[in-house]
Design a binder for this molecule. Structure first.
Ligand code: ATP
Length: 325
């Protein structure tokens, strides 16, 4: 069954790449009525890679993932998942992929352990339910009925269900949403463990730290379109190493042209209302110029930071939006 991976019919070739391709997406388009949720999206994921789709609410992440899982049909574009088409080859593909389902309303009266045992019966060589319950930290909730699980416990059960069939490819749609910090870290460990075992992971998230920490490569999507694709370091490197950024929050509507003309400034911008960034080659000199400039204009200064761009800054610069909401 695993022989299917060598070729990606109808998916274009991953020409020039040595690693085999687990997911190939070319020119994917999906609309809901008038609304185009995914616009001409192309990317590929190599086998064994953790690949993150990062974007704000409504960016089109879930739509993309559900098309790749075979739950939604694309309007246009070529896709191949483990060399197969998610809809026409579903019978061959399903046993090889793990999907993290939304468990709300599913099996409300079954206990967590019972749902996991039920799912394990669909696979030839499942991971033992006891072992998995332990691994995802649900031992104390194993006998709790699904409807009584907390949001975070439901996500952990969903993760266990995704893992039970020992998939080659894992789809994790916002895996840690609703989890407390400890459970998030534990989930990150499990995801990294999966990678160490050779599993490919396609992850969606709107948590920057999650993408930065886990992903080999990150595709930033906004309004259904790809706006950047690189390694976490590549995304934040962006600009020249001799440039430092000074970020500050102050009264909205300050004169960024004038800020850009401060002697040590190489350019200034207001990224969102009241959030500014100034590029400089000498942060200390710039701060000495900036503070009196703000004082003279009676501007409130509520936040000040000097540093290289974080992923959050990259996102803000590319989209003009903050990641959350
Ligand atoms: P979130 O982080 O909120 O889950 P997302 O990036 O996963 O967002 P999608 O759920 O793919 O985004 O939604 C993309 C856009 O398509 C949104 O504007 C959403 O309202 C719309 N949309 C999604 N599913 C449907 C549907 N079944 N019918 C109509 N519109 C939809």
């Amino acid at each position: 069954m695993s022989a299917a991976k060598t070729r990606a019919p109808g998916a274009g070739s991953g020409a020039g790449t040595t690693a085999r391709t687990a997911i190939q997406v070319e020119g994917l388009v999906k609309s809901y009525g008038e609304h185009m949720a995914v616009r001409d999206l192309s990317f590929s994921v190599a086998e064994g890679e953790i690949f993150a789709l990062l974007g704000p609410n409504g960016a089109g992440k879930t739509t993309t993932v559900e098309i790749l899982e075979g739950y939604r049909a694309a309007d246009k574009g070529n896709i191949a998942v483990l060399g197969l088409h998610p809809r026409t080859d579903a019978r061959q593909l399903k046993p090889q992929i793990g999907v993290m389902l939304q468990l709300d309303g599913v099996y409300p009266t079954l206990r967590a352990y019972e749902v996991l045992r039920l799912f394990s019966e669909f696979f030839v060589n499942p991971i033992a339910p006891d072992e998995l319950i332990e691994r995802v930290g649900l031992r104390d909730a194993a006998r709790t009925r699904c409807r009584q699980l907390s949001g975070g416990q439901k996500r952990r059960l969903a993760l266990a269900l995704a893992l039970v069939g020992r998939p080659k490819l894992l789809f994790l749609d916002e895996p840690t949403t609703g989890m407390d910090p400890q459970a998030r870290r534990a989930t990150w460990d499990i995801i990294q463990e999966q990678k160490a075992q050779g599993t490919t992971v396609l992850l969606t998230t709107h948590f920057m730290d999650e993408a930065e920490r886990l992903a080999d490569r990150i595709a930033i999507i906004d309004n259904g379109a790809l706006i950047a694709l690189d390694t976490p370091a590549g995304l934040t490197r962006g600009q020249s190493t001799t440039t430092t950024e000074v970020y500050f929050s102050a009264t909205p509507g300050l004169d960024v042209v004038a800020l850009g003309k401060l002697p040590s400034s190489r350019g200034a911008r207001e990224e969102t209302s009241g959030k500014y960034a100034i590029e400089t080659g000498d942060a200390r000199a710039l701060l000495a110029e900036l503070t009196p400039w703000l004082r003279d204009r009676g501007a409130d200064l509520t936040e000040l930071r000097v540093g290289r761009s974080s992923l959050e800054d990259v996102f803000l610069r590319l989209t003009g939006k903050e990641m959350r909401e």
